[in-house]
Write a protein that binds this ligand. Structure first.
Ligand code: ZN
Length: 147
């Protein structure tokens, strides 16, 4: 049995939890708010929440940059949700509304939406512009997660 553990940021209260790698798949709860650390759904984050998850999560973080007015973004939303069900708990999937987090989108130079970006250890390792289906999102994220 491995004693290896990871930092997992709670999607509800954003507290950093230490979770044994072996326990990741056993539906761990947050030590602070006692809600599930994984719900199979993407987590909507503002700029501060994004910074916290990307900086502290030891799981790869897949970000969907989107906006409400963007038709392809709305079309991709259920695909991204399906990908979250598939990729959790090995990764964290989050959504950032670029109209609400304009400074963040500008700093990261998000030029078109939807854009997905993958962060590992606080660093962006891959970016993909344009809508993808669930299977392609899963494939894309897995192919870059150990980059
Ligand atoms: Zn919590």
């Amino acid at each position: 049995m491995s004693t290896d553990s990871l930092h997992v940021v709670c999607p509800h209260c954003h507290t950093t939890n230490r979770v044994a790698r072996d326990a990741l798949s056993q539906a761990p709860d947050c030590g602070r708010c006692h809600r599930p650390l994984f719900s199979g759904l993407p987590v909507a984050l503002d700029e501060a929440g994004f910074e916290r998850h990307v900086a502290r999560s030891q799981l790869p973080v897949v970000v969907d940059f989107w906006a409400a007015w963007c038709g392809p973004c709305r079309a991709m939303a259920p695909q991204f949700e399906a990908a979250a069900r598939e990729l959790e708990p090995g990764m964290r999937l989050v959504k950032v509304n670029t109209e609400e987090a304009q400074a963040l989108a500008a700093r990261l130079q998000i030029r078109s939406i939807p854009t997905m970006a993958l962060f590992v250890g606080g660093r962006e390792v891959a970016r993909q512009a344009g809508a993808l289906g669930a299977a392609d999102i899963v494939r894309w994220a897995r192919s870059h997660q150990s980059a």
